[in-house]
Every structure is written in C-alpha cells, then in structure tokens.
Design a binder for this molecule. Structure first.
Ligand SMILES: Cc1cc2nc3c(=O)[nH]c(=O)nc-3n(C[C@H](O)[C@H](O)[C@H](O)COP(=O)(O)OP(=O)(O)OC[C@H]3O[C@@H](n4cnc5c(N)ncnc54)[C@H](O)[C@@H]3O)c2cc1C
Length: 177
C-alpha cells in the first residue's frame, strides 16, 4: 500500500499570493519528501485561509506517528522559509489524515510493481457466491478511481455471466501466458 497524506492548516490570515498560476507552491528540501507540495484554495473555498500540504510514504508514516502539534511546528518552520519577510502567523487548526495507522485501511491505495494479470485474477477470484472488486484488482489503473470504476464493471460482468448465462467458471490465465 502506498501512503499519501493530505495535511490541512487553517490560518488567521492569508500570507501567500493569490493569482492565476499560483495555486501550488513547492518546497525543495535536502531531505527527501519533506513538506514538498503546497496548495491553496482561493478558487474552491474563497476566504478560507487554508493551505494543504501533501506528503507521502516514509514522511507520511513518520508524521502519522507524531503529535499534530509537532507536525504543525514543522510545517510552520517550512512556511517561514518559503515566505521570508512575510508576516506568517501560526496556524490555528490542523487536520492530519492517518490512513496508514488506521487498521481498516493501512494505506491509501495499492501500489505493486511486477504484478501481472495472474495475480490480479487470483485476488479477485470469487469465493463461492462472494465476488471481489476494487482498484487493487485493476491491472492497468490500480491505485486510481478510474481503476476502481473499470474493475467494478469487470467484476459485475463476471457475476452477471454466472447468474444470467450460467457461465460460472472463473478462468485464471497462467502465470507466464
Ligand atoms: C488521500 C487519498 C488521495 C487519493 N487521490 C487520488 C487521486 O487524486 N486520483 C485518483 O484517481 N485516486 C486517488 N486516490 C485513490 C482512490 O480514492 C481509490 O483508488 C478508490 O477510491 C478506490 O475505490 P474502491 O471502490 O476500490 O475502494 P473504496 O473507495 O475504498 O471503497 C470501498 C468501500 O467499501 C466499504 N466497506 C469496507 N468494508 C465494508 C464492509 N464490511 N461492509 C460494507 N462496506 C464496506 C468502505 O466503507 C468503502 O466505501 C486517493 C486515495 C486517497 C486515500
């Protein structure tokens, strides 16, 4: 499972520029993946004074295990480096999603290199009358919404073939076919 973490920070007032082409801000750190991608919401939520920072994988796991106050302190230090000379007040609220530590999710989406149709077929193989689907069963677009959508159609077809046409044999292609 990949881990992709969105952290939302609310500020007493805006200190970042708002203009066409200024939706995203990038922070380049020597430390890989350290609070790199920032986004503002002028268009979606005008006047919200909220910033979103996205981190992933190792940084996500690290941040999930620390307090929100610690994360806010780190983020504020980064923002003050990104906007020197601006009046960057402390954020008043923070929302940190914890997809990795949640035992019902353990991550945000599947990400498995070197897996082919054989493994996907095994993963979605029906067990009796129980059928499986989801982004993780999409060979081409696993990890994405359109993968989930297309996999749903495929699994529904398998089920309909069984119920309506009595074609219930589930074929698994050979591993090296
Ligand atoms: C933070 C984050 C950012 C993402 N960003 C993007 C993006 O930008 N673009 C993109 O394409 N994809 C993105 N994804 C991935 C995308 O959201 C998933 O690939 C997609 O939602 C998977 O759909 P799904 O139907 O396979 O599973 P889910 O959306 O997880 O649906 C499974 C459903 O089953 C329900 N469920 C679980 N157990 C039971 C049970 N026992 N009984 C009944 N219901 C149950 C769950 O509540 C859930 O509603 C992101 C994911 C995350 C977490």
């Amino acid at each position: 499972m990949a881990v992709y973490t969105k952290i939302f920070l609310k500020f007493p007032r805006r200190f970042w520029p708002e203009a066409p082409g200024k939706e995203f801000f990038l922070y380049a750190s020597d430390r890989r993946g350290y609070y790199p991608v920032w986004q503002q919401f002028k268009k979606e939520y005008p006047g919200s004074d909220v910033l979103l920072v996205t981190v992933s994988d190792d940084e996500s796991r690290r941040i999930e295990q620390q307090s929100d106050n610690q994360t806010m302190a780190e983020a504020m230090e980064v923002l003050r480096k990104m906007f020197p000379g601006k009046d960057v007040r402390d954020a008043t609220e923070i929302l940190v999603r914890r997809w990795w530590s949640n035992r019902f999710f353990k991550g945000t989406f599947s990400n498995w290199p070197s897996v082919n149709r054989y493994e996907y077929d095994l993963i979605r193989a029906p067990v009796g009358r129980v059928y499986f689907t989801g982004e993780h069963t999409s060979e081409k677009y696993n990890g994405y919404v359109h993968g989930a959508y297309l996999a749903g159609i495929d699994s529904a077809d398998i089920l309909i073939n069984c119920v309506k046409k009595n074609m219930c044999t589930y074929n698994v292609k050979g591993k090296h076919d």
